[in-house]
Design a protein around this ligand. Structure first.
Ligand SMILES: [Zn+2]
Ligand SMILES: [Zn+2]
Length: 152
């Protein structure tokens, strides 16, 4: 598991190294990203930051997220027909499990999947720089919701 307190420290010290001013809003965004397991969209991050900083703009959120992305401290998951989602807890390529119904995204902890890039590199001679591995399905929560719906 990722140590979330450490993640926060790492990102903040990197920001300082880059000479970035850590405004309270920026700190809030970094905290949300480092603590979140949900792979939030910029809009969802905005909703949370707004609770404490009502005058924050969505542009501020995007700017901070873009900055963190450039620093390699947040991973962006782009979707054609939906908002991009962000993982600040694990800012490196890793497999994702995506619910088609509620759009929940989780990180499956399956060692065999994490081994794939290394195996692929060995077999093909490619130096793997990046990868994207998404699984789409219906999460357990949505499955029970659907079932109880048909029963009633
Ligand atoms: Zn779901
Ligand atoms: Zn993730």
């Amino acid at each position: 598991m990722v140590d979330r307190a450490t993640r926060l420290k790492v990102v903040l010290s990197k920001l300082k190294q880059e000479g970035c001013r850590i405004t309270p809003q920026r700190l809030a965004v970094v905290k949300i990203l480092a603590n979140s397991q949900e792979h939030l969209s910029a809009e969802k991050i905005y909703d949370q930051v707004k609770l404490d900083f009502p005058y924050t703009s969505l542009a501020t959120i995007y700017k901070t997220v873009t900055l963190l992305k450039k620093m390699g401290e947040v991973m962006e998951l782009g979707f054609v027909d939906d908002s991009n989602r962000y993982d600040g807890a694990r800012p490196y390529p890793h497999p994702h499990l995506i619910c088609l119904n509620c759009k929940k995204i989780i990180d499956p902890d399956i060692p065999a999947l994490s081994e794939l890039p290394r195996e692929l590199a060995q077999k093909t001679g490619y130096r793997i720089m990046d990868h994207r591995l998404d699984f789409f399905g219906i999460c357990p929560g949505c499955q029970t919701k659907k079932q109880s719906h048909t029963r009633s």
